[in-house]
Design a protein around this ligand. Structure first.
Ligand SMILES: *[C@@H]1O[C@H](CO)[C@@H](O)[C@H](O)[C@H]1NC(C)=O
Ligand SMILES: *[C@@H]1O[C@H](CO)[C@@H](O)[C@H](O)[C@H]1NC(C)=O
Ligand SMILES: *[C@@H]1O[C@H](CO)[C@@H](O)[C@H](O)[C@H]1NC(C)=O
Length: 504
């Protein structure tokens, strides 16, 4: 590469000297060195941009594409009024053994441990938020990347020096972006951990990925039907963005499987070539699918999100209130509903056979699993949709309204959708990350906080929550981060949970 630049530089110098005739050798040499330095700096800058694209889950380098965090902040800053005073002593649930009636009439015990290796563009953020909400109330221990390296565990980086030690001796929940690796996961997570994942129909996954990462522009595809253009000749476009020989990252080819740890050394063997017959490809894919089936207790399907959540609730023995959610990251774009000709769908199947193998299999077994549920399954799904709508309507009106009481059913005890519920259901995931890191520091007594002395506030003070940052500064460890991603009401709630703010 450097030799190339030297050659180009020499050529340039020669042309300049031909033009001006009278440049001596010394000046020529200086010019040559200068050109080389400029070239190397250019190389360095572009190289960094280029590697950042793959090494980081922060893809915001693409102009016009907001980071996930920014999208949410926009939404969540709407309609926030001062916080009414929730009764912390009753709303804070302890991580004790909770028993419930299971749908089949038996008694089950609430489970707390979940491993959810988060894939890209499959609705994973919504599930992550449900886990965040659940874990916050019960003070569970999350496996957190070192603060605040969001991509610290991705790709394939579950080295102990990349994440914080657990609170209370063991991890309860793993939900940050990483590449699934059975051996390491089972080493890190306790034995009673429930493994879950989620797949999305591969064609809709491709569209979503193309939109989110701005791939048509990067691929130089124009026109109204970029997906069809791509599928007509995927090999022409994608090699520019496929670097899985080195890193387990891929945008269009087996990308769900690669996030889920499909061995890179097998990737060549699932590409249609003379040496790989369809039968050979199928047997490799089938072997991988049965491995995933063995490892995961529940495989959800994004196209059936509510049904997936009800299956999850039943398996975990949770209350229906624990799975209410605000949908994350749903975007509309021009080619979302682009019609794809059947032969192009076939070409997509050949292009990304492992993802199709996973989806076809787990979509089928998903239906089988539903057919084994108690007959009230669909009633529960309808009830979940209804409660989600009520929660949205209530929380979208902002804070400070009288709480909504939700009557008990066979799937939930009576509960209230109050300000605290709305805050937890809508909190930015970067705020959760910051608050969990603060909890971790506090629990492990690592915090160098200015103060650990509780402050007592009166009911009246709470009207002034927007102006509480000077008070919060007494307690925060990563104040800049907290201020950027958390609403003041979020931090106030956190301090009350930690017993650092008391109310009289
Ligand atoms: C993510 O990208 C934004 C915008 O380019 C930048 O300001 C921010 O520091 C980045 N965050 C991380 C964790 O790299
Ligand atoms: C983030 O984590 C990755 C993987 O552990 C590491 O290579 C990188 O240097 C870290 N970045 C920062 C800014 O610490
Ligand atoms: C998923 O499985 C169901 C039931 O077998 C089937 O009707 C449906 O077409 C499948 N969906 C896709 C996208 O293949």
């Amino acid at each position: 590469m450097i030799a190339l630049y030297v050659a180009v530089a020499r050529n340039t110098v020669e042309r300049i000297s031909m033009r001006f005739g009278r440049i001596n050798h010394r000046n020529m040499f200086r010019l040559l060195i200068m050109t080389m330095v400029v070239s190397l700096v250019t190389l360095f800058i572009f190289g960094r941009q280029y590697s950042r694209l793959y090494m980081s889950t922060n893809y915001s380098i693409h102009p016009g594409h907001k980071t996930q965090g920014e999208v949410e902040l926009d939404r969540r800053e709407i309609g926030m009024k001062p916080l009414a005073l929730p009764d912390v002593s009753t709303s804070k649930e302890q991580a004790i053994e909770v028993e419930r009636n299971a749908p089949d009439g038996t008694v089950c015990v609430e489970k707390h441990r979940v491993a959810f290796p988060k894939l890209h563009k499959v609705g994973g953020n919504t599930i992550k938020e449900v886990l965040h909400h659940f874990g916050f109330k019960r003070r569970l221990s999350f496996l957190l990347p070192l603060p605040f390296n969001n991509s610290g565990l991705y790709p394939w980086n579950l080295k102990p020096e990349a994440y914080l030690p657990p609170q209370g001796g063991a991890y309860d929940i793993l939900t940050y972006h990483t590449v699934y690796d059975s051996a390491t996961f089972h080493q890190i997570m306790p034995e009673d951990t429930v493994y879950i994942t989620i797949f999305r129909e591969p064609l809709s996954h491709l569209k979503s990925t193309m939109n989110f990462y701005g791939l048509p522009e990067r691929w130089g595809i124009t026109g109204d039907t970029p997906v069809s253009t791509f599928l007509a000749d995927p090999g022409k476009y994608d090699p520019k963005l496929n670097y899985y020989r080195k890193y387990p990252v891929a945008f269009s080819r087996n990308s769900m499987a690669i996030d889920l740890g499909f061995p890179l050394k097998y990737l060549k063997k699932v590409m249609p070539k003379d040496v790989n017959t369809p039968e050979q490809i199928k047997s490799l894919v089938d072997a991988y699918v049965s491995q995933i089936e063995k490892d995961f207790h529940l495989v959800m399907i994004m196209e059936h999100f509510d049904e997936s959540m009800v299956l999850f609730r039943r398996m975990m023995c949770w209350d229906l209130q624990d799975i209410l959610y605000f949908k994350e990251n749903s975007q509309s774009y021009l080619y979302k509903h682009e019609n794809i000709a059947p032969e192009l769908v076939q070409s997509h199947r050949k292009w990304t056979p492992v993802d199709y193998g996973l989806y076809d299999h787990f979509n089928r077994t998903f239906y089988e699993r539903i057919s084994q549920q108690t007959p009230d399954f669909w009633d529960e799904v309808r009830h979940l949709k209804e409660l989600n709508k009520q929660m949205h309507d209530h929380c979208d009106r902002g804070l400070g309204n009288p709480p909504l009481t939700v009557p008990a059913t066979k799937w939930n005890k009576e509960f209230q959708i109050d300000d605290e519920f709305c805050l937890l259901a809508t909190m930015n995931f970067n705020c959760y990350y910051a608050l969990y890191a603060e909890r971790n520091a506090l629990d492990r007594k690592l915090a160098e906080r200015p103060s650990l002395t509780p402050t007592t506030l009166s009911q009246k003070d709470f009207k002034n929550v927007e102006n509480m940052w000077p008070l919060f500064r007494n307690y925060c460890v990563w104040c800049g981060r907290v201020k950027k991603y958390c609403r003041p009401q979020d931090y106030l709630m956190h301090l009350k949970y930690e017993g650092l703010i008391k109310v009289e």
